[in-house]
Design a protein around this ligand. Structure first.
Ligand SMILES: [Zn+2]
Length: 181
């Protein structure tokens, strides 16, 4: 990978790592309280909430007579209260739940998912980055020591091709006496 691309991957992995820590913090906090962010008006709003390890996104829009009785003024706000009672929801499949609200005077949807799933997704890029760094370091060490970069076989006697795994070295190791390769 080219160097600017590597820097970008490191930065993205860093941001992803911070998001992972935040997600884990929200996950833990969601067992102590239910946190809700409501964006929009009484007539049409989006609700983002966390409670007992579960995150939910709810979208509700009122129509007709019901909508006329409600304010359309933006009333975005934070709420913090007791977490939901633990209970069994038959609609939940592996921690995920989705349903549409499609009534005459109210439409929208409700989506719920486990917060650890989000945390795990944010962990993927930092983990991949760490593995990539380790792999590159090992490759550098093996090249410097005159070993096959793939399997670690000693190539000082056979430089053209690894007799163990068949890898053809792409760069010559910088060992004393290795000049002219
Ligand atoms: Zn090899």
């Amino acid at each position: 990978m080219r160097r600017p691309a590597r820097v970008f991957v490191h930065l993205a992995a860093g941001v992803s790592g911070v998001c992972f820590v935040i997600a884990v913090g929200i996950w833990i906090a969601s067992y102590g309280s239910r946190y809700t962010l409501i964006v929009g008006s009484l007539r049409s709003n989006r609700t983002f909430s966390v409670s007992r390890g579960e995150a939910s996104v709810d979208s509700v829009t009122l129509h007709g007579e019901l909508a006329r009785t409600m304010s359309s003024d933006d009333e975005s706000r934070w709420k913090k209260d007791l977490p939901d009672d633990p209970g069994f929801d038959p609609e939940t499949v592996a921690g995920f739940r989705f349903h549409r609200i499609n009534a005459e005077d109210v439409t929208g949807f409700s989506l719920s998912f486990p917060i650890p799933v989000v945390a795990a997704l944010f962990a993927l890029l930092p983990l991949a980055d760490v593995l990539m760094i380790r792999r590159r370091r090992r490759r550098g060490r093996r090249l410097a020591a005159g070993l096959c970069v793939r399997c670690g076989y000693d190539l000082r006697a056979s430089r053209d091709r690894c007799p163990e795994c068949g890898t053809v070295p792409t760069a010559q190791p910088a060992t004393p006496g290795g000049a002219g390769g």
